[in-house]
Design a binder for this molecule. Structure first.
Ligand SMILES: [Zn+2]
Length: 254
């Protein structure tokens, strides 16, 4: 079921790790960010949209992890985008033999049969200097950074004061660093500074997984992520309420 986040912005939450798909209303249709996880849920989303006479005119993936790259035929064949670096990473990971088997190995066993991978990762890279999503709708700023995954992008919908945070600023998942990066901790802290730089323009944060943060929780989410990453950097004992079964499960994702 779609729920309203703010004017012109709706979200659809999956049972899988509380994954949020975000719908932004434009002039001729909607932009769909991180479409969803299971076939049934994406079909349900497609039905909700068509019941409201809305068609998907563009898609966007916040980062190159499988649960943010999915799509279902019922959502149509609109162009789907990611940052250039995100797309380069996807191409690299989806090349070579046994792609299906490699994908099946990273998707948790309890959902793998429900996840349609045929249209996974069919995204085009936006040129590196792109600052906004190219579409006929409210302006959406692309805040690219390298925390969590290469070419990760948070999206700021200025008019609605909504930040779509990708896999940052979650209330259920601890910050997960990009283990392949040269300096993942500094990348993450730099990304948090970027996000904090626009926090004054944000009333709602929609994380890739978890609950939507309201106006009085935006800074708290940033501070919570920063405290965790700084503790890792300083090799302090990390105490964070988000560490638990869901975090353990998330660690298996790539
Ligand atoms: Zn991720």
């Amino acid at each position: 079921m779609l729920r309203q986040v703010a004017d012109g912005v709706l979200a659809h939450q999956s049972e899988f790790l509380q994954s949020n798909a975000v719908v932004v209303q434009g002039a001729a249709g909607v932009l769909l960010i991180d479409a969803g996880v299971t076939a049934d849920e994406m079909l349900c989303l497609a039905n909700d949209l068509s019941d409201s006479d809305l068609t998907v005119v563009a898609g966007f993936s916040t980062h190159p992890h499988w649960d943010h790259l999915l799509w279902h035929a019922s959502l149509g064949s609109a162009p789907r985008y990611g940052t250039a670096r995100c797309v380069a990473t996807v191409r690299d990971r989806l090349s070579g033999p046994d792609v299906k088997a490699r994908l099946a190995a990273v998707i948790p066993a309890d959902v793998v049969d429900q996840v349609p991978t045929d249209l996974l990762g069919r995204i085009s890279g936006l040129p590196t200097e792109t600052t906004e999503i190219p579409w006929d709708g409210p302006s959406i700023r692309i805040i690219e950074h390298q925390a969590h995954a290469p070419g990760h992008a948070a999206l700021l919908i200025d008019e609605s004061r909504v930040l779509v945070a990708g896999d940052m600023l979650s209330d259920v998942l601890i910050p997960m660093l990009d283990a392949n990066a040269a300096d993942p901790i500094e990348d993450y802290l730099r990304a948090l500074r970027l996000v904090e730089g626009v926090a004054g323009a944000v009333d709602f944060v929609v994380p890739g997984h978890g609950a939507i943060a309201g106006p009085d929780q935006v800074q708290e989410r940033i501070d919570q992520d920063r405290a965790y990453v700084a503790a890792l950097r300083d090799a302090k004992v990390v105490s964070d309420g988000r560490i638990g079964p869901s975090a353990k499960r998330a660690r298996h994702r790539t």
